[in-house]
Design a binder for this molecule. Structure first.
Ligand SMILES: C[S@@+](CC[C@H](N)C(=O)[O-])C[C@H]1O[C@@H](n2cnc3c(N)ncnc32)[C@H](O)[C@@H]1O
Length: 328
């Protein structure tokens, strides 16, 4: 998800450029370039955000390591249908991976997908390499979502709500709560509107007790907002091949309403002293959007102002401190 130096992705080959131009020659959603990541799976780069959809390591491996593993679907049984919210489902990797695992374990699901741009899924499904990853049932689901905006089989179903996730979230019935929320927006510094304290609050309020919000982001602002929203916040443990990284993202677990703690496990752990220290710096100043319709630009400007006036420590000092001690 790191921004590349130029239009050429960090690694891999640009295969094609997809543009969605308006009459004035500018696309409101940006142009998309398709390229191959290091694990052989395809991904996209968006020119509006100047950001890749996935890290150079691999789109498929990212979906597995940052979303599927911390979801721990082995917790669920076939007796209960689980509810999933997929914020920014884009090319469909996260939900496809998850549904492969759920189907294998005979777990039924209701899925809601929030996405503003229909092109990423269309581009995925036009690509034979992408299709060859998935079982015929998951391919059927993805094609149905793309064509009809919904999917149903004898026990599971899914629906897409196209548009700005801040607005479409409100279309989900109040009575629906989620076992899992996958949050995969562009990074907080590029798309802050989907990482504000207010939006994260609306998402976390839709979790069942013990439900999980999972994201690749380990930003201090996001973690602090999740904590202030009453979540137990953990750090997703990087896989062995990414062992040099200090985190693979964040898991936020809704309190169970009992005094019993929520045990950590092989996929995530409590924040390290370095990560806790990060939350005491200006990096932890939240993104704010009280009106629910501020632009990315306005949210960033407002936060910069708040950071300048903040009594919190400068984040650069935190970086120096932990670089010296080794990032453990
Ligand atoms: C990092 S990509 C998602 C990758 C995706 N999960 C996948 O596996 O391919 C971010 C996505 O956020 C979408 N997006 C950007 N702004 C949005 C908004 N305000 N509401 C909903 N989706 C948005 C983009 O169209 C893009 O598909």
């Amino acid at each position: 998800m790191n921004p590349p130096q130029s239009l050429t992705p960090i690694s891999g080959t640009i295969l094609n450029v997809y543009a969605s131009r308006k009459a004035n020659g500018k696309s409101p959603l940006g142009d998309l370039s398709i390229y191959t990541t290091n694990d052989g799976s395809i991904s996209l780069y968006n020119t509006n955000y100047c950001e890749n959809f996935h890290s150079s390591t691999g789109a498929l491996s990212e979906a597995k390591e940052k979303f599927l593993s911390p979801a721990e679907i082995e917790r669920f049984t076939a007796e209960r249908t689980i509810n999933i919210l997929d914020v920014c489902f884009g090319m469909g990797y996260n939900i496809a991976q998850l549904v492969e695992a759920l189907n294998k374990n005979l777990i039924a699901f209701n899925w809601w997908g929030l996405e503003i741009d229909p092109r990423p899924l269309r581009i995925s499904l036009e690509n034979p390499k992408f299709n060859s990853i998935w079982s015929s049932e998951v391919q059927k689901m993805l094609f149905s979502i793309q064509k009809d905006g919904r999917y149903t089989n004898n026990k599971s179903q899914g629906v897409v709500l196209w548009g700005d996730a801040r607005q479409t979230l409100a279309q989900i019935p109040i009575a629906v709560s989620f076992d899992l929320i996958l949050h995969d927006a562009f990074s907080p510094s590029k798309c802050p509107m989907l990482w504000t304290e207010e939006f994260l609050s609306r998402l976390t309020r839709k979790l069942i007790p013990g439900g999980r919000l999972i994201t690749y982001s380990s930003a201090a602002a996001v973690r602090s907002s999740l904590r202030r929203n009453g979540m137990k916040v953990g750090s997703i443990i990087p896989s062995e091949r990414n062992a040099q990284k200090w985190s693979n993202g964040t898991i936020a677990i809704s309190p169970l309403g009992t005094s019993k703690g929520i045990a950590q496990n092989k996929n995530w752990k409590d924040l390290s002293p370095m990560e806790e220290d990060h939350l005491l710096t200006r990096a932890a100043v939240p993104y704010r959007d009280p009106s629910g319709n501020s632009s990315n630009y306005d949210i960033l400007k407002q936060r910069e102002k708040e950071q300048r006036n903040s009594f919190l420590e400068k984040t650069i000092n935190w970086g120096r401190r932990w670089e010296r001690r080794g990032r453990t």
